[in-house]
Design a binder for this molecule. Sequence first.
Ligand code: NDP
Length: 251
Amino acid sequence: GVTVSDTTISADQTASRPRAVLVTGGNRGIGLAIARSFAEAGDDVVITHRSGTPPEGLRGVICDVTDSESVDRAFTEAEQLLGRSVEVLVANAGITKDTLLMRMSDEDFDAVLDTNLTGAFRCARRAVKGMIRARAGRIILVSSVVGLLGSAGQTNYAASKAGLVGLARSITRELGGRGITANVVAPGFIETEMTEQLSEDLRKTYLSGIPAGRFATAEEVAGAVRFLAGPDAAYISGAVIPVDGGLGMGH
Ligand code: NDP
């Protein structure tokens, strides 16, 4: 006979077959690590990139998240490549334009908000079309520890990353009844070319604030994103999952 848990699993359409995943800004950095991680787990992945060709072994569509038409086109092309609508959206594309508040221009503030927050909104709005029809979907927004911790010199960036929390929680309230979850992953310092180039002193200063005593790998961020996209996270929505070694505790 059919047990309750069998019913639950089959009702969650993300459970046992490859998911159709779209990762924005998946051509490099953390987005690339996330895309590779889904692909290695057997999912059907499309990344977005702004120029050039997609990375080796991944399918890509051109997308500028500051342009609604470009986002719409990218989803349509991704859906053609995937053969179905996007089931898992990872809104990862992001930029920084750091400077002190008094010196920050309107342009620097707007550009960061437009990419990091409005860009995620544009992608989520397009993604939920298919998700509502399918009555299933996972939206994962890549924020940052500084969204809730704050960061001197990053008023634009931190405001944009905090905004993603309100976005995910409002999507949850609107669409939580339709099998759609929306969550935020908030990475701390990630081991990248940038952190490798830090002076030993600066590295020590940063590390002294991190209980884990080290930076994270991009793969560790990918692990949290994959968890939120997977069957074990079906009842988690509107959450902020830190991947920061304890740097931002208190979220
Ligand atoms: P990178 O700078 O390495 O990559 C950023 C990605 O976003 C690139 O693929 C870039 O495309 C894309 N992108 C930027 N603007 C746009 C746009 N207008 N339209 C479409 N794509 C765009 O960043 P990271 O990998 O370091 O960061 C990825 C995410 O993680 C960001 O949201 C960032 O804020 C967040 N994060 C990063 C941390 C870190 O320590 N690195 C810590 C916490 C959060 P292109 O290649 O064309 O420029």
